[in-house]
Design a protein around this ligand. Sequence first.
Ligand code: DGP
Length: 124
Amino acid sequence: MTYDSNNIFAKILRGEIPNKTVYEDEQVLAFHDISAAAPVHVLVIPKGEYVSFDDFLGKASAETVHGFFERVRKVAHIVEAQEGGYRLITNHGRNASQSVPHFHVHILGGRALGGLLPGDALVR
Ligand code: DGP
């Protein structure tokens, strides 16, 4: 997997495109999704160059992976999503409709989110 340093999240990390930051440290940036699908919709991205979850787990150290997911939890608490509940989504590749090729986790919450997939998605 080749990382495209012109993807939109790389531009956000370089400060070329503004974002509404929820949390930032040396490892991650968390910001509000531009097209929120729920009252809480935050994206958490590592600062390292990883195309997707699959790429991240394949390349990053166990310490980095652990640190990333600890921060996802921290961000979920910052936006106070833990009490009512939240869903994590990460899309890898074409079938999952990944649209930005920089690994990111969606934190969704703030309302009842319903079933796992939109509609009654039948596997055919
Ligand atoms: P995915 O489909 O999993 O690759 O999700 C990409 C998400 O990124 C999508 O929910 C919309 C969001 N997004 C795309 N461009 C921007 C942007 O410029 N700013 C912000 N804040 N979010 C963006």
